[in-house]
Design a protein around this ligand. Structure first.
Ligand SMILES: NC(=O)c1ccc[n+]([C@@H]2O[C@H](COP(=O)([O-])OP(=O)(O)OC[C@H]3O[C@@H](n4cnc5c(N)ncnc54)[C@H](O)[C@@H]3O)[C@@H](O)[C@H]2O)c1
Length: 359
């Protein structure tokens, strides 16, 4: 800590590091102490642009720096675990990008390392920080929709050839851990289970790569059975042109709640067991409507809203100060990845698969 501020170390200086830097800049109790990247030019440039922060080429040196209190993990998904475990063992708190990692065993090691070192492991799923989704979760948890019957997520992204060519790890099993599902749709998959307040228990899926020259899927359909008995669907792709806003739709015997583009597009409930649900959808002004939130990553990954990262940086610092779990902790963040791994197993085997959630 310096002058009462937490020093952040940015591990990985690519696209998403910008969101972490903006989040840190928005928080009076945080500053950038150091950055690290194997690409020295990129790393040194980012260091210079951020108050002449220190630069490291090797993450093992970054995590040793006594000025670094928190490490932001912004490296390719398949090497998140290395950074998290090393930082935790060095006593640093963590803000790890989605997906937590791409491998169940490595996610267990990350959580265990953070537990053992008594450091906070906060994870990024910024959709959970959107006011509209927080409100939607309250509605579902209040029981107004009755017995939940269906939970669906439609995630139709467009990712260009140039996107996949922009970094060697994109679209690879080894470092991206999968395609449309593991990289883009993991957001909506996490959101769906969080809103349903229930994990998915069983899954049957088909996936293909139809358009891009990548080894992983660019298109997937999965049929779900939730632990609470509801059924549902995951539709995920990066091959829809020009891409559509993500939609999540939740239904129960007493009502329906549909969200899209940071708005509740349909909300209808009845209190009568056999009544027809009446529209409760409020005017669009109620949804977040500043220009940043209108930006959409559906066809441009550089256009994610930065609001969520600020929320999560503030929350992590509060979690450290108050010694509580972060808003999204490792155990909660790994669920979406565990489900995606089961979807991939179903695709490979052609069978209905029981999802195994790690502790
Ligand atoms: N929350 C979101 O909406 C969101 C958006 C984009 C990316 N992400 C996630 O952020 C992570 C990074 O994605 P990106 O698009 O910024 O990738 P990127 O390729 O733009 O950046 C990754 C950086 O890590 C560096 N790097 C690779 N190996 C390293 C190592 N061993 N040590 C230090 N640096 C290393 C690379 O040189 C590169 O600069 C991924 O896990 C991705 O899923 C999240």
């Amino acid at each position: 800590m310096k002058n009462g501020k937490f020093g952040f170390g940015i591990l990985g200086c690519g696209v998403i590091s910008t969101a972490h830097l903006k989040g840190i800049a928005s928080c009076p109790q945080a500053y950038v102490a150091a950055v690290c990247d194997i690409d020295e030019d990129k790393g040194r440039k980012l260091a210079a642009e951020n108050g002449n922060a220190k630069f490291y080429k090797d993450y093992r040196d970054l995590v040793k720096d006594p000025e670094v209190d928190v490490v932001s993990i912004c490296t390719p998904s398949g090497i998140h675990a290395e950074g998290v475990v090393a930082a935790a063992q060095a006593g640093k708190h963590l803000l790890c990008e989605k997906p937590l990692d791409i491998c169940a065993e490595k996610m267990s090691r990350m959580i265990e390392a953070a537990d053992k070192a008594r450091v906070k492991l906060g994870c990024v799923f910024q959709m959970r920080t959107d006011a509209v989704n927080i409100k939607a979760r309250e509605i579902v948890r209040s029981g107004q929709l009755g017995r939940l019957t269906m939970g669906d997520a439609f995630m139709k992204y467009y990712r260009s050839r140039a996107y996949y060519a922009s970094a060697g790890w994109r679209g690879t099993w080894e470092l991206d851990g999968g395609g449309a599902l593991m990289n883009q749709c993991v957001h909506g998959i996490d959101l769906l289970m969080w809103l349903m307040d229930s994990p998915v228990e069983r899954v049957f899926a088909r996936a293909k790569h139809l358009v891009r020259d990548i080894e992983v899927e660019d298109t997937c359909c999965a049929s779900l059975q939730f632990a609470n008995g509801a059924l549902g669907t995951i539709i995920g792709t990066t091959s829809c042109n020009p891409g559509e806003p993500t939609r999540v739709e939740i239904h129960g015997d007493l009502g329906s709640l549909c969200m899209s583009d940071k708005k509740i597009t349909h909300y209808a409930v009845t209190s009568e067991p056999d009544g027809l649900a009446q529209d409760q959808t409020q005017s669009p002004q109620e949804s977040q409507n500043d220009s940043e939130d209108k930006m959409s990553a559906m066809n441009d990954p550089g256009k994610i809203s930065l609001r969520g990262h600020s929320f999560l940086v503030h929350d992590l610092i509060a979690a450290i100060t108050e010694d509580r779990e972060p808003y999204i902790d490792g155990r909660s963040a790994r669920r979406a990845v565990d489900l995606i791994l089961a979807i991939y197993e179903s695709v490979r085997s052609g069978k209905d698969v029981q999802v195994k959630y790690g502790a």
